[in-house]
Every structure is written in C-alpha cells, then in structure tokens.
Design a protein around this ligand. Structure first.
Ligand SMILES: NC(=O)c1ccc[n+]([C@@H]2O[C@H](COP(=O)([O-])OP(=O)(O)OC[C@H]3O[C@@H](n4cnc5c(N)ncnc54)[C@H](OP(=O)(O)O)[C@@H]3O)[C@@H](O)[C@H]2O)c1
Length: 266
C-alpha cells in the first residue's frame, strides 16, 4: 500500500508521461483515488479525455490532459509550458516502448531518433525542470519505467535497450543526488507486461516459460516501492537480471538476443 507519508511526495500535482492507458493509466487511477491532481500526457487525445473525465467524475480530482508526441524535438518545452502555473510534486515517465522488433539497419533513422528522444532527451528535460521545484521544496517523487532489456545489448531492440540503459543509469545517479533533498527517485524495471501497446504491436504474451505481468500490479508495486530505489525490478524479471549480472558480456548479449529473437510479433 501507498503510505500517507509517501503520498505527500506526489502532491499536489503529478505529471504522467504516457498516462492514457496501460501502466500509466493504472498509476493515474491509484493516485487519483488518493486525491492527487494529474497531468496526463499521450498522443491520442480521445483516450486521454476519456480517462481524464472518468477520474474527475469518480475522484473529484483536477486532471489536465495534453496531447503531444514526446519523441518530437522540444516536446518537453510544450509540457513544461502546460504546467507553468501548477506545483508538480511527482513525475512518472512511462512512455518509452519500442513498438516492434527490427534489425538496426532496417529501422528508419527518424524512427530510431524519435525513440531515443522519447527515452532520453525528453525525459532528461522533464526531470531537469520538475526536479528543481521538488528539491527546493524538499518533497517529490520521480518514477522512470525501465526494462529488463537494459541489462545488455539486445538484437532487434538495440536502440531500445541502449536508451533504457541510459535512463536507468541516469536515474541511479539522481537517486543519490536527490536523496540529499528528500526527493525519491526510482527506476521500476518491467518484464513483459500486458499493455494495450504490446497487444497492438502484436506481441505474444503467452508462453510456458514466462507469465506477463498485469499493468495494475505493476503500478501497485511501483507505488509501494517508491522508497526502494534506485532500481526495483518486478518479480517476473528479477531472477533473469540477477542471472545476467553474473555472466560475461558476450553471454549477456547472446542471452538477451536469443530472447528477443524468440519473441513473436503477430
Ligand atoms: N509492456 C511491456 O511488456 C514492457 C516491458 C518492459 C518495459 N516496458 C516499459 O514500460 C513502459 C510502458 O510500456 P507500454 O507497453 O505501456 O507502451 P508505451 O507505448 O511505452 O506506453 C503507453 C503510454 O505511453 C503513451 N505514449 C507512447 N508513445 C508516446 C509518445 N511518443 N509520445 C507521447 N506519449 C506516448 C501512450 O499513449 P499514445 O499511444 O496515445 O501516445 C500510452 O499512454 C515503457 O517505458 C516500456 O519501455 C514495457
């Protein structure tokens, strides 16, 4: 459960980048039911509005929605302008998945760079902006959604795994720096999770070897472990990460790449 002390960290407003569906929407609902106002960001306005209306109605919180592609240059500037008149105490950076598996040379450079900006530049700019106020007030919480693919280079997901590794290592350093200001920072590392984005991309979630996580459970685990940074891995992926950490790098890369190659996309 999210304790009252931890709840204070997200107040009075929390920004959720990728807050219209899946894990982001589950975080939104859990915070709204505790009275926290929200800024929900995603590309598809209709999904944002639907969720925003339902949270306003059910929990009486204020919800702002902002439709923007966070992979665009200066997406962060637009989000920051949208939040100019509110006190943001929480940032959950959820958007970031690679929708599909592709060899590096078959991916367009534009698509590649947009995924980099989504996971790195936009995330950095938003953390850099919102963390100033959090540190000044000595209250705040930042959750960045990570991936088991960040454990090493991964064939057909090379840019994605590299971007996720960048974000995780950045967040680790900030966890240490911001602890001096009582601001909590967490990279929540996910294994396969049954999100609408994964379903649309056609990823198979059925296997004898693993069980995909439910987004509701992911959000609950994330909020319950906000103080367990710098990195908290879901149970579904933790044994694999621990196993990989003991292997030589070539074996890490081969293991991750065998898994990504075995993933089926519909
Ligand atoms: N699902 C998994 O199996 C899995 C596994 C490991 C790690 N993760 C991590 O968990 C996080 C959530 O993953 P997910 O599967 O739910 O897919 P996702 O596409 O990263 O997240 C979905 C949310 O982000 C929004 N979004 C996606 N791209 C965006 C963009 N360019 N600009 C603005 N908003 C954007 C989506 O709405 P719109 O589409 O309307 O923009 C939606 O609200 C990601 O960081 C991912 O790397 C997921």
């Amino acid at each position: 459960m999210l304790e009252n002390d931890d709840l204070q960290d997200f107040m009075p407003w929390t920004v959720i980048a990728g807050g219209s569906e899946g894990v982001g929407a589950c975080f939104a609902r859990r915070l709204a039911e505790r009275g926290i106002n929200l800024v929900l960001i995603a590309r598809k306005l209709a999904a944002l509005e639907e969720l925003g209306n339902s949270l306003r109605l059910e929990y009486g919180v204020e919800v702002r929605t902002h439709s923007i592609d966070l992979g665009m240059p200066d997406a962060a500037g637009h989000v920051i302008a949208h939040c100019a008149d509110i006190e943001v105490g929480g940032l959950i950076y959820n958007a970031g998945a690679a929708h599909g598996l592709k060899p590096f040379l078959e991916q367009s450079l534009d698509e590649y760079m947009a995924l980099m900006r989504l996971n790195t530049e936009t995330q950095v700019r938003l953390i850099r902006h919102f963390a100033v106020g959090m540190c000044e007030r000595r209250r705040g919480a930042i959750i960045s959604l990570g991936s088991g693919a960040s454990a090493g280079g991964t064939a057909n997901l090379a840019g994605y795994s590299a971007a996720k590794a960048y974000a995780q290592v950045l967040v680790e350093g900030l966890w240490h720096e911001f602890s001096n200001f009582d601001v909590k920072v967490l990279c929540l590392v996910l294994g396969l999770t049954r999100t609408p984005a994964m379903a649309r991309a056609g990823f198979s979630m059925e296997s004898d070897e693993f069980q995909a996580d439910d987004p509701e459970v992911v959000a609950q685990v994330g909020l319950s472990n906000i103080g367990a940074g710098p990195v908290y891995a879901m149970d579904s992926i933790r044994p694999n990460i621990e196993r990989l950490s003991r292997l030589p790098r070539s074996e890490v890369v081969n293991s991750l790449s065998e898994s990504s190659t075995a993933l089926t996309v519909g």
